[in-house]
Design a protein around this ligand. Sequence first.
Ligand SMILES: Cc1cc2nc3c(=O)[nH]c(=O)nc-3n(C[C@H](O)[C@H](O)[C@H](O)COP(=O)(O)OP(=O)(O)OC[C@H]3O[C@@H](n4cnc5c(N)ncnc54)[C@H](O)[C@@H]3O)c2cc1C
Length: 428
Amino acid sequence: MSRKIAIIGAGPSGCYLAQALLKLDKELEVDILDRLPVPYGLVRYGVAPDHQGTKAVTRQFARLFERQGVNFVGNLDICTGDHGGDISLAELRELYDVTVLATGLSRDRDLGVPGCDLDGVIGAGELTRHWNDHPDSHELTPPETGKRVVVVGNGNVAMDVLRILSKGAGDYEGSDFGPHHADHLAAAGIERIDVVGRSPAHLAKFDPVMVKEIAKAEGLAFRIGDLGLSEGEAEDPRLAALAHLEGASSESPRCEIHFHFGWAPVAFAGEGHVAEAHFARADGSETLELACDMAVTAVGFCDDGRLGREALVEGATDLESGRLAPGLYAAGWFRRGPRGTIPENRADSQAVAQAILDDLAGLPENGKPGRAALLERFDQLTDYEGWQRIDAAERAASEGAPGGRVRAKVRNRRDMLRLALNLMETTP
Ligand SMILES: Cc1cc2nc3c(=O)[nH]c(=O)nc-3n(C[C@H](O)[C@H](O)[C@H](O)COP(=O)(O)OP(=O)(O)OC[C@H]3O[C@@H](n4cnc5c(N)ncnc54)[C@H](O)[C@@H]3O)c2cc1C
C-alpha cells in the first residue's frame, strides 16, 4: 500500500517538492492541491507577463503530471476551520499520511505609514495579480495609474512594476499581457514614474539585469538622483546598471523615470485619493515629497492568515527541515518567508522531502483514502487534463490575434471551470 501525500499549493515549491519526493520514493501517491482551478501559483500569477522565459519552468513541472503520476486537484480551498474554504486543514490531514503547506505568502506587506489606505495606494502583489489576470482580480476595477506614479521599493518586483508601467503599447509582443491592460496603460499616458528605495543604490535589492532591461523600451528618460554612496562603492554592478540606464535616455521622452535612493517612506497624503508620497532620510535630515496619482508599494509579502501560519510556525517541531507537527510540513515561501526566486525553492523542497521520508520510515501504513475521498465529496474539482484544456484554449485564442501575444488568459473562475470540467456553455 502506498503512502498518500497531499501538497497544498501548486506553485514552484509544491512542484519541486513532488519532484523530490518521487525521486526518493517512486511508490508514493502524491496529490498537489490548489484553491485555483489551474496550477503553478506565482509562475502564472506573479512573474511578469513579459518574462515568458521564466514562466517556461512550467514545462519542467508538467512532467510531474504527464509522466510521473502526480495528481493535480484544483478548485479546492483549504483553510483553518474559522476561515471558510471548502475543507479544513484538520479534515484534510485525516485523509492523507502527510500534508504539506506550500501555499506561499500572497498578501502585500503593509508599509505601516499613514495614508496606506487611501485610494490609489496599491500593493505590487495586487497589481501584478491584476496584470496577470488572476481570477480573484476579475471583478475588481482596473487600477488607474494617472500620469504620475510612485513605486516604493527597489527589489526585483519593484523593477517588474516599473518595467510594465513604462513600456509602450507595442512592447508586449511575445508576452501574455492582455491587450486590455496594455490599452488601459496606453490611454493613461504615464508621464513620470518615481522609484524610491530605502537603501543606498549599492545595497538595493534589484538584480542589475532587471534594471538594464528597462532601457529596452523606447521613449524613456532616466534621472538617477543621489545614489547615497560613500567613497569606494563606485564599482558595484547595480551602479553600472543605473549608469547604463542614464546613457540610454531618449532625448524626447514620453515618460521620465526618476530613481531615488536612501529615502524611507513616511506617509501618503491626499483627500480620499493619494496625491503625494512623503519620504525622509533615515537620520531625519531631509524630506522628499513627490506628487502622484498612484503609489505602488513593493516592499514584500506576508501571510493571508487563512491557514493559521503564525501559530503553526511558532509551534513548529523543526521548521528548518519543514516539520510543523507530526504528519504536517511546510515548504517554500510559506516555510521560510517571502524571499528567493523560483529555483531557490528547489533546495528547500529537497530538504523537506528528505524529512518527510525519514519520518515515514518509522510509521506503520494505515490505508488513508487520499484523493478518492475528495472526489467523493466534491464534484467541481479540476484535474490536470482540465488545465490542459484551459491551456489549449488560451493558446488558441491568441493565435492570429493582433498584438502577438503567446496566450490570451481565461480571466474568470466560471469560464475556467466550464473548460476544465468540460461543461456546456453557461449563460453569463
Ligand atoms: C510579483 C512577483 C514576481 C516574481 N517574479 C519572479 C521572477 O521573475 N523570477 C523568479 O525566479 N521568481 C519570481 N518571484 C518569486 C517566485 O514567484 C517565488 O519564489 C515562488 O513563487 C514561491 O513559490 P511557492 O510555491 O512557495 O508559492 P506560490 O508560487 O505563491 O504558490 C502557492 C500556491 O498555493 C495556492 N494556495 C494558497 N492558499 C491556498 C489555500 N488556502 N488552499 C489551497 N491552495 C492555496 C496558491 O493558489 C498558489 O498556487 C516573483 C514573486 C512575485 C510575488
